[in-house]
Ligand binder design. Structure first.
Ligand code: WT7
Length: 629
């Protein structure tokens, strides 16, 4: 790396460099580029395999890439059994705090036993390799156990974020054809109970296929238990079948580990498929190198297990590394805005990974809340989910990190499974960019014709090399996989983001170029919000767009054509907002509902959302030649 970089640069301190696993990024990058397969093979050799691979990358059927073909493994073995055989067995795997102050710790030994117990219960219900299991829970240790138990028996878990609601859950259960649902009675959030079981009951009224529901008691309020279908976990766990040892299923490297639904450009959410072999190598390596995981660390990823960030960097990545991970159930500002800071101090957390929206939200409460706490344990910070504005970056760096913690701004996606554009502690940082692609990975920024754009010009962000934890397909819809990601530029993976590259090769991600809206870092599709609106009896047609917001990144604005004879009142606006909240989830509630007579459409009938956005923001709508009239 040339000594002098342009712009606002933060160079790594001697202190940080002296401890880092990777001290020289250029050296690692050179090694990974010269022998890409060898690089990943070496990383894979740090984990356990029942049988080694014949091939590292199998690209005989592009874009359906395979990794470590011929190998046998099970990610749950690498997360648990591997550590239990060493002195790590009594190390804490999890530290958990409930929003109401409940508290639990779990060693690797205990987590292994609890996972076996849960796995035996799943087996007793007839869950077999390849079966889908939907998990709909709050942030408690049981969600981690449930995921690992599925992996252990070879079932494919489909976690649905606990902030989603009836229709979102229904759609995902139905699409995945799950036979078992694991749900908690409720979750504490901002002092209230989110009635997860009640929401699930509603969803199950709409969806068929679920044979068994395992209910985990968390909040303890009365819930409806349907005889023959619903069973309490704590009762099942007392039965003789819930043995604490459970032989695991030997998985091929390419056997499915999980599906995770994410919003796409159009239509229903897509089931992104990840597999046992490559995914474990990718998440293990990236967490180790980027967050510089050491034996004594106390690491906190403040995301939800129900999103890819939680799958890769709350559950699998940390456990693969034998790390101690902290999990918190509730809201950042409950009961007071110092909740996070007090937990960091209490537990001596030294790595914090969160989203720009949370940083901006906490920044708003003022520095006094944070300055009451000793955060000197922190050594490294992370950011994910959307571009971080330099102002928030600097606050995070100065006030949270006391100017000594490097910030790892990690760009990646549900589809990539692991960090793709990211610094490491040894890399000079610039506020607002994740710096460069992970060593060995080639990315580019292209114009419409597929030509690389010049420095500081905007274009489509693409990935040109396969990577171990890449999406394998859209479960049940391989054609959509090819069309969505590999058809704009054949042979090249399209991310859906636009970006620029500066003169130092640092990539600045700008945002989505499709109809995906990032609200507080959560990925939502315009299609889901629109179909929720249209499912209300008063609505004939609807459109949804994202409008920039200082804290949330974006908020949703919606435009509604009412059915004939329906009067557009303020009460109806509020009812429609609530309706979207009930169907999709509170995060999807539009900030604004406007009643309109007409929506701008192309002659082929597609809603021109950019016209709505330009109008809302008082900007020039650009080319209107395709507008219907
Ligand atoms: C989209 C993927 C991957 C974890 C959470 C999101 C945006 C993600 C960054 C970042 C700028 C980012 C992109 C991407 N994004 N991280 N560090 N800087 N933008 O996963 O829900 O699949 O969303 O999030 O737009 O395409 P996801």
């Amino acid at each position: 790396m040339s000594a002098k970089l342009s712009g606002d640069v933060y160079y790594p301190s001697e202190e940080v460099l002296s401890k880092a696993h990777i001290k020289n990024w250029d050296e690692l990058s050179k090694k990974a580029t010269e022998d890409y397969e060898g690089f990943w093979e070496e990383r894979a050799n740090e984990l356990n395999w029942f049988k080694k691979w014949d091939k590292v990358i199998d690209d005989s059927n592009k874009p359906f890439y395979k990794w470590f073909t011929g190998a046998q493994t099970n990610i749950s073995y690498n997360c648990l059994d591997r550590h239990v055989k060493t002195e790590r067995r009594n190390k804490l795997a999890l530290i958990w705090e409930g929003e109401n102050g409940d508290f639990e710790t779990m060693s690797y030994y205990r987590l292994h036993k609890e996972t076996c117990k849960f796995a035996n219960i799943l087996k007793s219900m007839g869950v077999e390799k390849g079966d889908r299991v939907t998990i709909y829970m709050g942030r408690t240790p049981e969600i981690v156990i449930a995921m690992l138990a599925c992996a252990r028996v070879g079932a494919i878990h489909s976690v649905v974020y606990g902030g989603f609601s009836v229709e979102a859950l229904h759609e995902r259960i139905e699409d995945s054809q799950s036979k078992v649902l694991i749900v908690s009675d409720g979750a504490y959030q901002r002092g209230k109970i989110v009635p997860l079981k009640e929401i699930a009951d509603e969803a199950l009224q709409r969806a068929g296929g679920i044979e068994h529901v395992i209910v985990i008691k968390r909040t303890g309020q009365d819930v409806n238990m349907e005889f023959g279908r619903d069973m309490w976990y704590h009762e099942l766990a007392n039965l003789p079948i819930a043995n604490q040892s459970c032989a695991l299923e030997i998985m091929d490297a390419e056997d499915p580990l999980f599906i995770l639904y994410t919003s796409g450009t159009t239509g229903k959410p897509k089931a992104i498929l990840h597999t046992h072999g490559g995914y474990q190598v990718g998440t293990y390596t990236t967490l180790k190198y980027v967050f510089d995981i050491h034996e004594e660390d106390r690491y906190w990823c403040a995301a939800d297990p129900g999103w890819i960030t939680g799958h890769s960097y709350i559950v699998y990545g940390p456990l693969l590394n034998g790390a101690t991970s902290f999990l918190y159930e509730g809201a950042p500002n409950y009961p007071y805005p110092n909740r996070w800071w007090s937990m960091i101090e209490n537990y001596g957390i030294n790595i914090l990974y969160t989203a720009p929206t949370a940083i901006r939200g906490l920044m708003r409460f003022g520095d006094a809340w944070i300055n009451r706490h000793d955060l000197s344990s922190l050594k490294l910070l992370g950011s994910v989910g959307e571009p971080i504005n330099p102002e928030a970056w600097k606050w995070y760096h100065k006030v949270v990190g006391n100017e000594k913690c490097p910030i790892m701004d990690t760009w990646w996606q549900t589809e990539t499974g692991m960090f793709m554009i990211t610094p490491m502690p040894c890399v000079p940082l610039k506020p607002g960019t994740g710096t460069r692609p992970f060593p060995g990975i080639e990315m580019d920024i292209l114009d419409d014709d597929g030509k690389p754009v010049g420095a500081n010009e905007e274009g489509y962000l693409v990935i040109k090399t396969p990577w171990p934890s890449m999406i394998r397909t859209i479960y049940g819809d391989p054609d959509r996989y090819v069309n969505q990601y590999w058809s704009k530029y054949p042979g090249v993976y399209l991310t859906g983001d636009s970006a620029k590259r500066d003169e130092d090769g640092y990539i600045w991600v700008i945002g989505r170029v499709d109809d995906v809206i990032k609200v507080s870092g959560y990925r939502l599709g315009t299609a889901e919000i629109e179909s929720a609106l249209v499912s209300h009896q008063a609505v004939a047609e609807a459109a949804a767009i994202g409008i920039p917001d200082d804290v949330k990144g974006n908020v949703i604005y919606s435009y509604v054509i009412l059915r004939a004879g329906v009067e557009g009142t303020d009460e109806l606006k509020e009812e429609l907002r609530q309706h979207v909240g009930y169907e999709v989830g509170p995060i999807a509630k539009p900030a604004s509902v406007k009643f309109v007579e007409k929506l701008p459409k192309t002659r082929s009938g597609k809603i021109m959302r950019r016209v709505l956005k330009a109008e809302e923001m008082g900007e020039d709508p650009g080319n209107l030649s395709t507008l219907e009239d």
